[in-house]
Structures are given as C-alpha cells and as structure tokens.
Design a protein around this ligand. Structure first.
Ligand SMILES: [Zn+2]
Length: 326
C-alpha cells in the first residue's frame, strides 16, 4: 500500500519493487528495463521470473547481463552519435543535412582507408579536437590565430575563418569554398583528408608558437601585424612539412606573395557548378548574421548571394589585413 499521503517518500518495499522492474516509469531507464525483462523471460523458458525465484539464484552471470543491457540501452553512444553532436555544435546555428549532404557512413568508410595517424587527425578535426584556447578554457584566451578581428581561437570559428580559408586556397588552389567539403564532411575523398591533416598540423604549429610566448603577449581581441605575419609563416611551414610526408604538393609560400594574393582576390571564389547543387551553402568567409539558420539545407537559390557576400567580405578583409600587416 502506498503511504505517500502520510510520508514524504514511498516505503522501501515499493522502491525495491521499482528497482526490480527497472524503473519502468522513468524514460531514462524504461528501454533498458524492457530489454532486461524480455531477456529474463526468454532465458526462463518464456515465463516472467518472479522476484527471488530460483531463476535468479541459478543465473550465474546475472550482474553481467544486467550491466550489458543497461549500458546498451541507457548509455548507448556510438561514434556516429558523437560525430553528429560535435558537428552540430561546430556549425551551430546552422542545420546540417545528414541525408543528402553529409553522409557519415561514407565519411567514416573513407577514413578507414587511411593510415591510423592520419585518420586520427581528421577525426579530431570533426569532433572539435583542435587544441584551441577556448576548448581548453585556457586562462589566456586568444583571438583567431590567423588574424580575424574579435573572433575567438575556437574551431567553430576556424571552419568559417576567411584567413584560414585564404591560406588554404593559396597553398592548394582547388580548395573548396564550402567548409563541409573543405573539412571532408561532404564529398569525402582521401586526397581532401590529407589536406585536412596538413591544416591540422599548420594550426597546431601556430598554436604552439602562441602558447610558447615567442611572439610576445597576445591580446584577446586582435593580433598585431608582426604576430599575424609570423603565425601565417609558421602555419605554412608546418603545412608544407606535413604535405611532404603525405605526398601533397602545395604551392610554395612566401609572405609577399600571400599578401599580394589577398589583395588580388577581388572576385568571389567560384563555387561548384550550380546545376544539381546539393552541397551546403555555408562558405568560407561569410558574415554569420547575414544568413538564416536553414541555409545549410542546400538549394541553389541562395548560392549567388552568398558568393557575393563572400567576395565582399574577402576583399574587405584583404584590405584590412594589408593595412595591418604591411
Ligand atoms: Zn579567423
């Protein structure tokens, strides 16, 4: 008999009964308790065993069975689940189309064909595993280490960082303007994944330089011109070092040429053929507030406006950077 009208909690007998039933009224446990009950009934010749029955005394691996069912149903976390959670977090507030654009099975399948050391760097990129100061909640929070004003040293910025995109575009001329393709989530292919490894190496070399204090104190808002130049060079050197090992052939880097490249990019970077355009339309240099949250669902209608915005943004940044770094 329930006594909660008198006492402030149910009696111990009712608690024990709830435990035995696997908290069927609690959505966090109901799936596991149903599976467990089904398993016990199956193993007991299709008879639901009563509490304290011989079945429980005779089952030697009872704890193991309970543990495995609870883990399977109440604490399930597959690699794909983890990946979806992290990708959504990185590209927030945009929606990712996991049916037509980002096909995780194909991505993971391509990843498996790579060397372990390389696939780990791509995987770490996808799960927000770069050692950024924001992810580490560092006491010294840095701005974008590649020169964006007021942007954080955080991977959710780097996927859309116009300076990182410009560096990649300078080093590998056919770098995609679409960050999902650039980071290997759309149109997966190993050649692209090797470039992701180079970007990973380039960023972490720049990060080590910043953390090591060899370019002086860094303001939370903006790098100085000298710091920006040094970090670009270090990024490019590390990118080249990785590329040599991986058989990627980037363009030779020089600061004057790169600055000139920034100044010359007065036209929007081309995007893939609009015919049958299915890939997401988030592009490298966009201004976040100009795009609604559903743009990543694709659709050719928005591409032109994004190209234009990207072009304007890219040129504006190029001019700004030229003033600061020269
Ligand atoms: Zn940036």
């Amino acid at each position: 008999m329930r006594t909660t009208e008198v006492w402030d909690s149910p009696p111990i007998a009712i608690n024990l009964k709830e435990v035995f039933l696997g908290f069927p009224g609690d959505p966090r446990w109901s799936s596991a308790s149903r599976a467990l009950k089904h398993k016990f009934t199956q193993d007991n010749n299709e008879v639901d065993p009563a509490p304290g029955s011989e079945f429980f005394n005779e089952t030697k691996t009872l704890q193991k069975v309970v543990y495995s069912k609870l883990m399977e149903h109440a604490f399930s976390c597959s690699l794909k689940d983890l990946l979806v959670t992290r990708i959504n977090m990185i590209f927030k507030p945009y929606d990712i189309d996991y049916h037509n654009v980002v096909k995780l099975d194909a991505c993971l399948g391509t990843l498996k064909t790579m060397r372990c050391a390389d696939s780990i760097r791509v995987w770490k990129t996808w799960i927000n595993g770069w050692a950024t100061s924001y992810r580490y909640h560092s006491t010294n929070l840095y701005p974008c280490l590649l020169g964006c004003h007021g942007e954080p040293d955080d991977f959710s910025h780097y996927v859309r960082c116009s300076h990182l995109y410009a560096l990649c575009r300078f080093l590998i001329s056919n770098t995609s303007a679409d960050p999902l393709t650039r980071y290997g989530l759309a149109n997966p292919c190993t050649d692209n994944y090797l470039i992701v490894c180079c970007v990973f190496g380039g960023y972490h070399a720049a990060h080590r330089l910043a953390v090591g204090g060899r370019i002086g104190p860094i303001s939370k808002e903006l790098l100085t011109g000298a710091q920006t130049r040094r970090l670009w060079s270090v990024f490019a050197e590390a990118f080249h070092a990785e590329a040599r090992e991986l058989g990627v052939q980037p363009r030779k880097f020089s600061l004057p040429q790169f600055i000139s490249f920034l100044a010359d990019n007065t036209t929007p970077i081309e995007l893939p053929n609009h015919q049958g355009w299915q890939t997401p339309t988030l592009v490298g240099g966009f201004v976040r507030s100009e795009f609604p949250g559903n743009m990543l669902r694709g659709g050719s209608g928005e591409v032109n406006s994004q190209e234009i915005c990207f072009g304007i943004y890219f040129v504006a940044h190029s001019c700004d950077l030229q003033r600061r770094v020269l």
